[in-house]
Design a protein around this ligand. Structure first.
Ligand code: GLU
Length: 543
């Protein structure tokens, strides 16, 4: 009896690996094309890091005329949740980082690992035949005992070297046990020697030396499904992955992964381990956490109304710090045109900062047309804010004008960072909200009620004309200032501050606050144009 008999007993009905090697033939792609993948487990929580990974993978594939595919790693069925796969694919679709190949689309199917059981078994069988894998019958109690002995002896824990009970079990005995119905799993017979080093050249992290792996890891579990390590090696080989981009929590697995590729006779892909997204906390930094940070969840951005373009734009900023300069020089190009370079990625923690994200978002939103803003805000409001939805719906034409204020010019307004802020930002433009609102008018320099009333009345009766162009309007504002003894120009006031109670800006602030209830607004002339005479009159009468 030999390893072949053992392999046939463990895996009686599987096809030979030649079959799969033929079915999943080598990809025909241009020289230098990257085949990159995102390989999440469907755990029911979509971390923003998943969009980050997918974006990087998609850019790398697209820019090299390669392929970006998504493989769902669901072999740990205890961790799986219902709808987990759908959640992932929906999020990728929403963020426009949908892969070229995934479940339901692509020639290297299935892309769901639980449907590839036979494939993994075929390769595991080969390893058993070659004597590179073996059945292990250790019970949980025996494994616990090994561990406790290792701890007592202050040695590394795990199933390796002299601790491997079943590694040297005679084949006849293993066969007998299997025939007897004893439960077992299949382990790798690791050829590694931890006193020796393997050299790894990571695309991002550079050269790293690791001790060789000597752990006889489980490759096939008792349910017949593979472990992640084993499955991913088989899949990355068969699916033609050339470049693995993934979070640097996987760096420590590199020696094992390279060993698996070697034993299986596969060419290993290149690896690029990306630094984790970090959050500033006090002086230090920590990983963006699913438990502590709402912004770790992809769903957060949709709920807050942060546009996907803003999220992608910010993620690119984190990925390559020269993106920001490039964007300034190329304000209208797609992010896929940015010459992305893995080598320019940081090697340690990438700071994920919501303040910066919102700032980037202001820039992104400032480039949208009024129609686009209307559409996006409306879509957001439909789901999250009934009052805003009604405001927009009942006044569509008017809302387009409101949202169009200081938009579409060379210095567009940059006061909106997320759709959930829009209601507060534009509310005062709607008479039905403004007129009945109890406003605490915070005038600035001029605070005397009587003087304010007088300024406002004089303005409306003597100077306001809805047909005025901007220059005329502004000149009249100066006339108004002068009529109250205020300087027509700020410069004039600054030159002789004792000659005037103030300047034109103080007077226009009175008009601004009286009409909008705020001292900071976009351009007042544009606001007055949009509001129209009737509304202005009603507003000034409130004063
Ligand atoms: N399934 C692993 C995860 O959940 C993927 C690791 C890899 O990309 O190799 O992160």
């Amino acid at each position: 009896m030999d390893n072949k008999d053992l392999a046939n007993l463990i895996f009686p009905d599987v096809k030979g690996v030649e079959y799969y090697e033929k079915v999943y033939s080598k990809r025909e792609l241009p020289e230098g094309a990257n085949v990159v993948r995102y390989a999440p487990s469907p755990t029911g929580f979509m971390h923003i890091g998943g969009i980050y990974q997918s974006l990087i993978a998609k850019v790398l594939a697209k820019q090299s005329n390669g392929v970006f595919y998504v493989r769902i790693e669901d072999t740990d069925q205890k961790r799986e949740v219902e709808n987990g796969v759908k959640q992932i694919l929906d999020a990728l679709e929403y963020y426009d980082v949908y892969p070229d190949e995934t479940i339901g689309k692509g020639e290297y199917a299935p892309y769901l690992q639980s449907e590839r059981k036979d494939i993994y078994q075929s390769y595991a069988k080969k390893l058993v035949e070659e004597g590179n894998a073996y059945p292990c019958f250790c019970t949980q109690e025996q494994l616990d005992e090994i561990r406790s002995n290792q701890e007592k002896a202050k040695e590394r824990t795990g199933y390796y070297g002299k601790w491997t009970k079943c590694r040297s079990m005679p084949i006849s005995m293993a066969i007998e046990k299997i025939k007897n119905g004893d439960p077992y799993i299949v382990r790798l017979k690791s050829p590694g020697n931890p006193d020796k080093k393997i050299k790894h050249k990571d695309v991002i992290k550079g050269n790293i030396d690791f001790p060789e792996n000597d752990q006889d890891i489980v490759i096939i579990k008792s349910d017949g499904l593979p472990t992640y390590h084993f499955a991913h090696a088989v899949d990355d080989h068969l699916m033609g992955t050339t470049l693995v981009t993934r979070g640097d929590e996987w760096v420590a697995s590199v020696p094992l992964h390279l060993q698996l590729f070697y034993i299986l006779g596969f060419k290993a892909p290149k690896y690029a381990h990306t630094a984790a997204l970090m959050k500033q906390e006090g002086e230090g930094k920590r990983k963006l956490s699913k438990r502590k940070d709402p912004e770790a969840a992809v769903s957060y951005y949709k709920e807050e109304g942060i546009p996907k373009d803003s999220v992608l734009e910010y993620l690119m900023n984190i990925a390559n710090s020269n993106f920001e300069i490039w964007r300034k020089q190329n304000p209208t190009l797609s992010i896929y045109e940015f010459p992305f370079d893995l080598k320019k990625m940081g090697v340690s923690g990438a700071l994920f900062d919501m303040v910066k994200m919102l700032d980037v978002s202001k820039g992104v939103i400032s480039k949208y047309s009024a129609e686009e803003v209307y559409k996006f805000v409306y879509e957001w409001a439909e789901e999250f804010d009934g009052e805003l939805k009604e405001m927009l719906e009942n006044n569509k034409e008017y809302s387009l004008k409101v949202l169009g204020i200081e938009r579409g010019n060379s210095k567009p307004r940059k006061d909106i960072s997320k759709w959930s802020d829009v209601k507060n930002i534009i509310k005062y433009m709607y008479d039905e909200k403004f007129i009945n609102e109890d406003i605490n008018y915070e005038y600035q320099k001029i605070s005397d009620k009587e003087i304010i009333k007088n300024i406002v009345k004089t303005y409306f009766d003597k100077y306001y004309d809805e047909n005025d162009d901007k220059q005329t309007w502004f000149d009249k504002m100066k006339d108004l200032a002068e009529s109250f003894g205020y300087a027509r120009e700020v410069k004039e006031y600054k030159a002789n501050p004792d000659n005037f109670p103030g300047h034109v800006g103080d007077i226009s602030t009175v008009i601004r606050v009286a009409i909008t209830g705020r001292c900071n607004t976009p351009d007042l002339y544009e606001i007055l144009k949009v509001l129209g005479k009737e509304s202005i009159q009603k507003r000034l009468q409130k004063i």
